[in-house]
Design a protein around this ligand. Structure first.
Ligand SMILES: C[S@@+](CC[C@H](N)C(=O)[O-])C[C@H]1O[C@@H](n2cnc3c(N)ncnc32)[C@H](O)[C@@H]1O
Length: 285
């Protein structure tokens, strides 16, 4: 069943903030910045400072933990397991496609987002001469099940059948309820029938359902939800719930990575206490 509205472009401005974080941490080239990014970054400084001082972590820390851990896993699959096709959904201004194509020119990398954001990204990459048959940016709405902006149609148009695809979402799923995301995840699992051995890489947040920490973090999420006119939600309280959800979506295997296990190897920023962010890797049969 479709959501009441499939137009969720109100979330897109959050990609300008994350884009600025990638840029300021030498992950993204200047041309993937935006005019609004520095303003948003400065505007959020007090919130980031307060969150770090009181809670021991903040959004920027979480963003860097998840982004670098996801990069690391993708790189491993390319180098060690021969992954050659990547579909990044809701890529915003993320530099991952640009960086990975520079490192692995043979990779087929298709970036997608809502039409406005996809067009902005396409123009920026085209201006740099970075686009080709192997690196495209096209519109895709995760709630479209048919038509040119559906994931199924993009996959059919852009990828070689019979070969696995690594599907990535970063910073997307928590803007929606579990009820909204579950059918989307099942559709990703179903891609495995035409593309056996496909994987899905995403991040999620483990937040207990009760207690002071839970209340504080849910207040922050509510504020972000109001700003982005979305249903910012924490779907899971622990890794077992994540595993059950993705197995019931149809994935053959699920692995939940804690960035803390990669902290030293990847030089990740640390937090006080446990990190809430987890990177999830699932595989189709
Ligand atoms: C927080 S940003 C993350 C961007 C990027 N992945 C990153 O980590 O920098 C969320 C992104 O989701 C995109 N988005 C929102 N609703 C969407 C939908 N229904 N289908 C696809 N993308 C969507 C927004 O346009 C935005 O670029």
């Amino acid at each position: 069943m479709r959501r009441q509205s499939d137009d969720t472009a109100s979330i897109s401005f959050t990609g300008l903030y994350t884009g600025e974080v990638w840029r300021r941490n030498s992950l993204a080239p200047a041309f993937l910045g935006s005019g609004a990014g520095p303003w948003l970054y400065r505007g959020f400084l007090p919130v980031e400072w307060l969150s770090r001082s009181l809670g021991g972590s903040n959004l920027r820390t979480i963003l860097l933990q998840r982004h670098r851990t996801m990069d690391h896993l993708l790189e491993r699959w390319i180098r060690e397991e021969g992954a050659t096709q990547v579909l990044e959904i809701a890529s915003g201004l993320s530099p991952r496609g640009y960086r990975f194509r520079k490192c692995f020119p043979g990779l087929t990398y298709v970036e997608t987002d809502m039409p406005g954001m996809a067009e902005r990204k396409r123009r920026a990459l085209e201006h740099e001469g970075a686009l080709s048959d192997g690196h495209q940016v096209v519109p895709l709405n995760v709630f479209h099940r048919e038509g040119p902006e559906s994931m199924e149609s993009v996959v059919e148009q852009c990828f070689r059948p019979g070969e696995p695809i690594v599907v990535i979402t970063e910073g997307l799923t928590s803007y929606f309820t579990l009820e909204d995301m579950a059918p989307f995840w099942a559709r990703i699992a179903a891609l495995g029938s035409r593309h056996p051995g496909s994987r899905y890489l995403m991040e999620t947040y483990l937040v207990p359902r009760q207690g002071g920490f839970s209340r504080a973090i849910r207040l922050g999420a509510e504020a972000l939800g109001r700003l982005s006119a979305s249903d910012v939600t924490f779907h899971f309280a622990d890794a077992t719930e994540v595993e059950e959800q993705f197995r019931s979506a149809g994935f053959a295997s699920v692995r939940v990575h804690d960035p803390a296990d990669y902290r030293e190897r990847l030089d990740l920023p640390s937090n006080r206490g446990d990190a809430v962010v987890r990177v999830v890797e699932t595989r189709s049969g």
